[in-house]
Design a protein around this ligand. Structure first.
Ligand code: BGC
Length: 770
């Protein structure tokens, strides 16, 4: 791509930072400014001049879609794509060009204050759902900006902390969602995280931004900083950061560094080119949408921006309702308490302030001013038939102030009802961008209320509103049914009423495990770190990868979610296609009496006595809608990458020869079908050297042969040890060179000769495709 040829160094430098909180810098008559806006679950369009990154100042009304926690729980990429397209339409109508989202960081701990903005504890769910949102946004020519790259898994000390994490864990857990999105959905932009990774700020991390993101994954878009994430302009630019947001007035430092020979001018040119490419991309889209005008002005003082086109508020509200419905997870439903019959003759006590004042989104930079809001209390009354009597009691205060009278009213409402619907959850102040939680408990007053209500009314269903996981183990015996509604967005009430009255079956599934207690969480001893460091000591064992490997009891497993119907799984078939790819098929049947959706999950399992990798990992999923009695054959493709592991020594993907198990099921703990599959591996072997152990030499196809030929005497010694397996085990762990002092003929010259022979042996196989 060519820059306008007459740009000076200073003009190029000016392009590498914004001109205000939400806009890039124009260059007189040659490069137009474009407008960026939060994101991720609705458009937060602020006055460019008086904006802020915390959600303090006003923004224009826009549809508040369900945040990522809810959208992710739908396991429905097509729905995510439609939400993305709706976001783009609203961004366009509000005069913005790039949406700052989706957020795809891994939920390492349920305490992360921003978990409501993230999709899953699993990289596949995060990647597939994130890619779908990006595809939807960009289908209308609006740019998506995937964030926060990378390893931004906590809010505590987020602007300074170093996430200390080994490369295998980065490659297998924290990077794959970004990798998938870059490779499959080609986002226009990526936003760097605030934190450091192994000591280096993400915005100044050459390895991350240039070697991995651009070099390995082929990213051709723009890298921008999170708001205020740049600490050293020159280092950031040299590392591959194109755009500092918002501006800090430090463009002069770039010019100075080039003039002093500390920074290549080509780095400034490359960054400026990427800014201009982004501007041109959105300009082209604007032109093809017939709205070739300047970005509208919005002074925040009541003057609305001129809208280029409008969106259908009713249609977007309806999409919101669908998404909220699709993401709610029915955790338990003893005795089939739900759904309630809308035509039944019954008394329902609706209890909990959240039924009247719903929590439907999280706090911070993603906070959206909704176009309207459905409350559960209104929606339940509207949906109930004439035979249903509804009463309401708030039961608790939102700020947690104890109020015995509220509890007493709630208990008396419950006592005279057939069923109590109890709306519990986390108050707004409990979770937000900017800080982490310290507990996963519901407020004590709410638990006490639930106990009192359940003593007065035997039929209790709890409806939860929370962005981060809440523990259920301490109170779930007091409820026959629990519907986890997460944060449902502005159609909260109608969506929940649809499910509670059975107009639709719940079909959300957990994208994160609900632990029995906080101390069971694998990162518990290492979260949120101290003294500027957080050690990712649990490595790849995040979420179900930990619980299932160690068989730790959980309250509800990853992938879990009930329906008002049931599904059976049959006829698993695994066909090897060659080249380490397989086709996996299974038949799913709706065996219950209602229509519903099942999320069929494919895991690849490695059953090892001494675990060297997670016991199983999600490698595919598909959501199928089935009428009663209907069956569907579902199909997945497994690739070499799906069975590979990152090899720290090779710094690449490796497929080990051996067998693995294909598991198909309804959650990580509800595997219905299994088949053992074998692979010859990728033919790659670890390089041998003098310090490789005898065991490593013997496990190496060429090394074993060469060694066998040279080492008859040692082999004889090992044979002579007969049943003394302890001696053999002892010998297997000794580096080859150490045998040179044992007088068994394996002198250092022989070892040198063996090493050179093994290294000159014919080339090995190819690494698995990414
Ligand atoms: C957040 C980003 C957000 C930006 C702009 C930052 O504080 O971390 O997610 O896009 O502000 O509001």
């Amino acid at each position: 791509m060519n820059l306008p040829h007459d740009l000076t160094l200073a003009e190029k430098a000016s392009l590498t930072s914004g001109s205000s909180t939400w806009q890039t810098t124009p260059v007189d008559g040659r490069v137009r400014a474009i407008t960026l806006t939060d994101g991720p679950h609705g458009i937060r369009r602020q006055d460019p001049a008086a904006g802020d990154a915390l959600g303090l100042n006003a923004s224009l009304p826009a549809t508040c879609f369900p945040p990522a926690v809810t959208l992710g729980s739908s396991w429905d990429p097509e729905l995510a794509r439609r939400v993305g397209a709706a976001l783009a339409r609203e961004a366009s109508a509000l005069g913005a060009d790039v949406v700052l989202g989706p957020g795809v960081n891994i939920k390492r701990s349920p305490l992360c204050g921003r978990n409501f903005e993230y999709l899953s504890e699993d990289p596949l769910v995060s990647g597939v759902m994130g890619a779908a949102v990006v595809a939807g946004i960009q289908s209308l020519g609006i740019g998506a900006c995937v964030k926060h790259f990378a390893v931004n898994n906590q809010e505590t000390d987020r602007m300074r902390v170093s996430a200390d994490v080994d490369e295998q864990t980065l490659r297998e857990i924290y990077l794959p969602a970004f990798e998938r999105i870059v490779r499959e959905a080609a986002p226009y932009a990526v936003m760097t995280a605030y934190n450091r990774i192994n000591g280096v700020y993400a915005s100044e991390n050459h390895w991350l931004l240039t070697e991995v993101l651009r070099g390995e994954w082929g990213f051709d878009g723009l890298v921008m900083s999170d708001w205020g994430a740049v600490n050293d302009r020159v280092a950031a630019l040299a590392a591959g950061l194109d755009l500092e947001m918002p501006p800090t007035g430090t463009d002069g430092q770039i010019v100075e560094a080039v003039t002093a020979g500390r920074l290549e001018e080509s780095a400034v040119t490359a960054a400026a080119e990427r800014v201009i490419r982004l501007v041109r991309r959105v300009e082209d889209a604007r032109r093809s949408a017939g709205r070739d005008e300047e970005t509208p002005r919005f002074d925040g003082q009541g003057e609305e921006p001129r809208r280029f086109d409008d969106w259908d508020e009713d249609a977007h509200h309806e999409l919101c309702r669908q998404a909220a419905r699709a993401g709610a997870v029915l955790l338990k439903n003893d005795g089939g308490l739900l759904p309630l019959d809308p035509a039944g003759s019954q008394r329902i006590a609706v209890i909990g302030e959240f039924a009247r004042t719903p929590r439907y989104q999280g706090h911070g930079s993603s906070h959206v001013v909704p176009t309207r809001l459905d409350t559960p209390w209104d929606a339940l009354r509207a949906a109930a038939g004439p035979g249903t009597e509804l009463s309401f009691a708030p039961g608790f205060t939102l700020d947690g102030t104890p109020d015995a009278a509220l509890v007493a009213d709630a208990v008396s409402a419950a006592a005279s009802a057939d069923t109590a619907l109890v709306f519990l959850g986390l108050p707004e102040a409990a979770e937000s961008e900017g800080f982490d939680r310290t507990t996963i408990d519901l407020p004590a007053g709410q638990i006490a209320l639930l106990r009192a209500v359940s003593a007065a009314c035997p039929r209790v269903a709890v409806v939860l509103a929370n962005g981060g996981v809440v523990g259920v183990a301490r109170w779930q015996d007091a409820a026959s049914a629990i519907l986890e509604g997460w944060l449902p967005g502005q159609a909260a009430g109608t969506a929940l009423a649809d499910l509670l009255f059975g107009f639709h079956s719940p079909c959300g599934r957990l994208t994160e495990t609900i632990p029995v207690k906080l101390a069971d969480v694998p990162s518990h001893l290492n979260f949120p770190g101290r003294d500027g460091h957080v050690v990712y000591g649990e490595g790849r064992y995040v979420g179900y990868r930990h619980y299932d490997t160690l068989d730790v009891p959980v309250a509800y497993p990853f992938g879990h979610g009930l329906s008002y119907t049931r599904f059976s799984y049959d006829d698993l078939a695994v066909v090897e296609n060659g080249g380490n790819t397989w086709t996996v098929e299974a038949t799913v049947t709706n065996t219950g009496g209602r229509s519903g959706h099942e999320v069929v999950q494919l895991y690849v399992a490695f059953e090892e006595q001494a675990p060297s990798r997670p016991r199983h990992e999600l490698r595919g999923f598909t959501k199928v809608g089935l009428e009663p009695g209907e069956s569907r054959r579902v199909s997945f493709t497994l690739t070499g990458r799906d069975v590979a592991r990152w090899s720290p020594s090779r710094r690449g993907w490796r497929i080990d020869p051996g067998s693995f198990v294909v598991e198909v099921g309804a959650s990580s703990r509800d595997i219905r079908l299994r088949a053992e599959v074998s692979t010859a591996g990728d033919g790659l072997t670890d390089e041998l050297g003098p310090m490789s152990t005898l065991g490593e030499w013997l496990a190496h196809p060429v090394g074993a042969e060469l060694l066998g030929a040279r080492m008859r005497r040692a082999a004889g010694l090992l044979d002579a040890s007969g049943g003394h397996s302890a001696l053999i085990n002892l010998a297997l762990g000794i580096p080859l060179i150490k045998f040179s002092t044992f007088g068994i003929g394996l002198t250092s010259d022989v070892v040198t000769e063996l090493v050179s022979a093994v290294r000159n042996a014919p080339a090995e196989g190819a690494a698995p495709d990414a």
